[in-house]
Write a protein that binds this ligand. Structure first.
Ligand code: ISJ
Length: 366
């Protein structure tokens, strides 16, 4: 055995022994999670037991990142623990998660990022269908896009909260990376047709203008459909889509990260029908309807200012009523169980036409 082989053997023996310990500890953890499930069932009943606890998962992930001393990067260890919790939760109860499809899109990536790969994620054709599936109990949770950093708010998603009585249980932030994909191996040569959905065009327009101004742009319903069309049309056709779509359809990535904003990202909401406890770093979302009058928004926001509560987002939506009312979706820091926040909610309640608490949930960790 050479010196190198001897040194490698010693290190690999060490790795084998560490793997045995990790393996044993993982199964110890899984057994604990099974016991947790038994306790939940014992006290809540097997029909009403709430297995997924977003606040606890956020705390576990935050703690993992805080105590991490490397050499593994914080987000890498957190990603590993995300998957460990995902398999443990699946042992307690396999999670069914509805997402705004089709398969392979960024919302699916957001769902996997949030729930890990042991959750069973099912695509639906519209936000309405996702909400309906969760409301009817067909899925435990749903994942829908709410805001993109370059395109702004997805107002259709916001409006669904008026129609459905579901709560927000969490949020996910996903970095969006678009690539140029094609079936042949011509690289960036001879591109005549580009298949892409409208929102992808909005996010990559400058890059496409400067590289392929003369190529025809054909709008399709999703990045996955763009890939299918690029394959079907063959020579000269490319799709703009994600790495996941490239893998799914076995396409070559011929240009990477063509997003006009290098930090292009989308925020997604996790919807469900449970109240989430405090995690220590939470957000609350409400929908308020007020009578139209000058200074109405000012008066509304005054309450937050008075109690020193930071807003993280506000959107105006038509209130959909014959009276002259305006509706606002407001996100702010803090949990509804907090006395401070309860004060503001009480004040708003007495001054608004309607106040709907959409939920308090942990600030996105990963
Ligand atoms: C184990 C629990 O159930 C689930 C699994 C978790 C985990 O694996 O750490 C954490 C929270 C829950 O989603 C728990 O509630 O503590």
């Amino acid at each position: 055995m050479s010196d190198q082989e001897k040194e490698l053997k010693l290190l690999r023996d060490q790795i084998d022994s560490i793997d045995r310990q990790i393996h044993g500890l993982l199964n110890d953890r899984a057994r604990c999670a099974q016991h947790v499930a038994e306790v939940k069932e014992k006290y809540q009943g097997s029909k009403d037991a709430v297995f997924y606890r977003p606040e606890r998962e956020a705390q576990v992930l935050r703690r993992v990142m805080e105590r991490n001393e490397g050499p593994l990067a914080d987000h890498e260890v957190a990603r590993l623990f995300r998957e460990v919790m995902s398999v443990c939760l699946a042992l307690e109860k396999p999670m069914h998660v509805a997402f705004l499809g089709p398969e392979g899109n960024f919302t699916q990536q957001a769902a996997s990022k949030h729930f890990g790969h042991s959750a069973h994620c099912i695509p639906f054709n519209s936000g309405d269908e996702v909400f309906r599936e969760v409301e009817s109990g067909g899925a435990h949770y749903g994942v829908v896009p709410i805001e993109n950093s370059s395109e702004g708010v997805v107002s259709h998603t916001l409006d669904l909260f008026k129609r459905f009585n579901l709560t927000i249980c969490g949020e996910v932030e996903l970095r969006i990376h678009h690539h140029v994909l094609r079936a042949d191996d011509l690289g960036l040569d001879q591109i005549t047709r580009i298949y892409l959905p409208q929102q992808t065009l909005s996010q990559c327009r400058s890059w496409l203008d400067s590289h392929f101004l003369s190529a025809e742009r054909i709008l399709v319903n999703s990045n996955a459909e763009a890939a299918r069309m690029a394959i079907k049309q063959g020579a000269g056709a490319v799709a703009i889509a994600s790495e996941l779509v490239a893998d799914l359809y076995q396409l070559n990535v011929v240009a990477r990260n063509i997003d006009d904003q290098s930090d292009n990202s989308t925020r997604y909401l996790i919807i469900g029908d449970q109240e989430v406890g405090e995690s220590g770093q939470d957000k609350t979302s409400i929908l308020v309807t007020v009578r139209d009058k000058s200074g109405a928004l000012y008066e509304l926001l005054e309450h937050f200012h008075k109690h020193k509560i930071s807003l993280t987002g506000i959107e105006t939506r038509p209130a959909n009523s014959e009276n002259s009312h305006s509706a606002f979706y407001i996100d702010f820091e803090g949990h509804a169980a907090n006395k401070h926040i309860q004060k503001v909610l009480q004040e708003l309640q007495s001054e608004t036409v309607e106040l709907k608490l959409l939920g308090s949930y942990p600030v996105a960790v990963l």
